[in-house]
Design a protein around this ligand. Sequence first.
Ligand SMILES: Cc1ncc(COP(=O)(O)O)c(C=O)c1O
Length: 419
Amino acid sequence: MERERMKLANATRDAAAPGMMMMKRGIGRSGRCGRPGAGARRGNDAVARAGKRPAPGDRLYNFSAGPATLPLDVLEEVQGDLVNYKGSGMSVLEMSHRGKDYMEIAAKAESDLRELVGIPDNYKVLFLQGGASSMMASNCHNLAMATDSADYVLTGAWSVKAQKEGAKLLKNANVCATSKEQNFTTIPDVKDWNLTEGSKFVHICSNETIGGVEFKEVPDVGDRVLVADMSSNYLSKPIEVEKYGVIYGGVQKNIGPAGMGICIVRDDLIGNARADTPSMFDYKIMADNDSMYNTPPCFTWYISGLVFAKLLKDGGLAAVEQRNIEKANVLYNAIENSDGYYVSPVDKRYRSMMNVPFTLAGGADLEKEFLAEAKAEGFEALKGHRSVGGARASIYNAMPKEGVEALASFMKDFKARNA
Ligand SMILES: Cc1ncc(COP(=O)(O)O)c(C=O)c1O
């Protein structure tokens, strides 16, 4: 049996090797592509050979808002282990979530996440299907009765969505503050939030993915339960967990592939769900079953675990934040130093480190040209969200600094050619 395993492991390694070589070669080639505005696509020759699509090893700088770019070393590790996970004789895609190998993967992911974030013992970590959108509903089911109130701070499309969900499930989903009049380009001062007497929680979206507006400090809501949607800035910087009742978000932006949300919830907020709460939404049932009440999103959980381990190895969240500040500065400086050619609509105090929307003062036609040229140069998914237009660069943890620098160079070059 052991010999069989070894044979399989060797065959897997041999099969994986050519792809790995190609990936390494593709990356190597990109080092030569340094010309500003023309250096984004990694391995242009390979792209030309293959027609429109890049060859497997020639990765683009992917600025998608989510699902988003993942760390290359994690993808390579997954590739290396894909067909035969560490000699188990099967891939993680195929193994039982109750088996020893997978139970180890799941437990390590949680303990690494706890260490990475410094999650106190009185908080549970839940790995849940249904993403952030489901948790907009399940937060209401677990924290409030249908006759209760909750307060919502509206700073963009996602907090608006959360409030709409709350309005279906609560007597009063109070809009306690909104920046709608400022077109969601800023964050209302916490001193002006009009909180409801006895409300069960205060909901914020810590980073609005579409509008690019980010809370820079945890708002002080006193003894009230603060609930934060961190989908698009999860693990982008240290998190003061104890200031929150619930932290939740989908993983498909800053952590792993789509298919899972992570909820960090304080113990005293568990076990009070409404009687009619579906089991899959009940945080106590999920906590009591180690997030395996049903078959979990195994592969997403596994890859998320690899990302937690990588972030720990790379110096933890303080180091992650430092890199993200540097990356964001490169892009915001490119906008600020363009003499108004590129425009950031967001209040400087709240500019997101993760999602950077910008427009071109030259108007819609020029924007179209900019986006088309950018795409042709290998800067992928820069188009702004359909609801706001313009451009948006999502520069999550896994976007390398060189990707942001290459984009900034392209922007400068485009301006020089078109101003
Ligand atoms: C801030 C924010 N909240 C919630 C969501 C919805 O996440 P999900 O697709 O996991 O439900 C998104 C998704 O794109 C988001 O950016």
